[in-house]
Design a protein around this ligand. Structure first.
Ligand code: COA
Length: 171
């Protein structure tokens, strides 16, 4: 069995090694990474999965916003990366991490508008993320439209640019 713990209890270099194992060392160029440039993760929504002393999974969530073409700004939360170490995949760790982060979003600014770039077959099937309202969002890098997913009552069905929520750095 595994336990979920706050990610701050794990040394950052161990998290980085896990992310390298799950996504490869070239992951830093990805569009999702540009969305969180200079940001700190949202502590309450960022968790590690441990099995004894072993780090087996992690999830980090980030404050972003939709800078809407109508002039408004909608706070949102970027979910991920979600990573499970290759030796421990398919036993429910990714599901447990994601469900815990979604539950923790309640009451967090932007927590009613979660977004991610990921496989709809996983994030739609288990958690209900869809691309229904993301079609007019622009991101600071390439992405596949069907993998830009969102979840929550506050997800804006509006054209605009998704950006880091810089004002949240000091929060
Ligand atoms: C994707 C990931 C987070 C899932 O976590 P996990 O703990 O392995 O998965 P869970 O145990 O929660 O769920 C397993 C189920 O999800 C399915 N699944 C796993 N990854 C999937 C994917 N990328 N797309 C579709 N289905 C997937 C499995 O087939 C399994 O289905 P089943 O129950 O019908 O057999 C994890 O495998 C991972 O870190 N992978 C490496 C990174 C990656 O490929 N990410 C792609 C998503 S952005």
């Amino acid at each position: 069995m595994f336990d979920l713990v706050p990610i701050q209890t794990i040394a950052p270099d161990r998290i980085e090694a896990l992310l390298d194992a799950a996504f490869g060392t070239d992951r830093h160029g990805r569009t999702a990474y540009r969305l969180r440039d200079g940001m700190l993760p949202i502590a309450a929504m960022s968790l590690a999965a441990v099995q004894g002393d072993e780090l087996v999974g992690s999830i980090q969530c980030w404050p972003v916003l939709l800078d809407r073409d109508d002039g408004g700004r909608t706070p949102m939360v970027l979910v991920g990366p979600i990573a499970v170490s290759p030796a421990h995949q398919d036993v429910g760790i990714g599901r447990a991490l994601t469900r815990a982060a979604i539950a923790a979003a309640n009451g967090i600014e932007g927590g009613d508008a979660l977004m991610l770039i990921g496989d709809p077959d996983y994030y739609g099937r288990f958690f209900g993320f869809t691309a229904e309202r993301t079609g007019r969002w622009r991101l600071p890098g390439p992405f596949e439209a069907h993998r830009l997913l969102a979840l929550g009552d506050g997800v804006p069905d509006t054209a605009g640019d998704v950006r880091p929520r810089v004002s949240a750095v000091a929060a």
